[in-house]
Ligand binder design. Sequence first.
Ligand SMILES: [Cu+2]
Length: 219
Amino acid sequence: MPMNEKTFYAIILAIVVVGGIGIGIAYEHPASVSSGSSATPGPYHLTLAVFPHLVYNATQTNEPAFFVISNGTLQSSVNITVPSHVLIDLTIIDYDSGPGTGTPSSYLNVTGTVGNVVYLTNRTLATGGTTAVGTQNITVLGNTTMKISTMSINDIAHTFTVGGLDGIGQDLNIPVGHGVEFTQFYANNTGKYMWMCHVPCGPAAMSTMGWMMGNFYVS
Ligand SMILES: [Cu+2]
């Protein structure tokens, strides 16, 4: 999908607004790290955003990347740190769309989250033709939430996957589609992990830290 400059700035504005809401929630529920097994403060809020159509270099000009939204600003996803033994509220805002042709079938399923589900919210539907302009032909489905445990190849754009996060070989695997997703999980084994996307979404992005892979620390 081509994106003009106006659209890009609209997206940036949306991120700042959504990020701002996230901060409000974060202040309401301050996150802290539990050192014992009895105290369970939290939740800890982690917000990620996926942008398509980024310029990687002179020849790779259409690559997607994950970012962290922190304090209303866009940050690199090279290093993501979460506390252990605290419920983690994860929101992923994805501006990219599928299909995720070639995604291994096991990565279409949600694993490692509470209930092995994610919630899709804030969806939009273009009702007038294939191109939605302004608000006239857009139906905003923001008040509908869909609980899913798997995503189709057609819908999946990326995955946010942390290999072996549970300490006994099970991945945290979150299929990511166009829209906003919310899920919750625990990371109870401290250490260094890798996060990565398992959808064949861009040759440069998939092999570069801070694009479709990075470090994931449980502190
Ligand atoms: Cu990807």
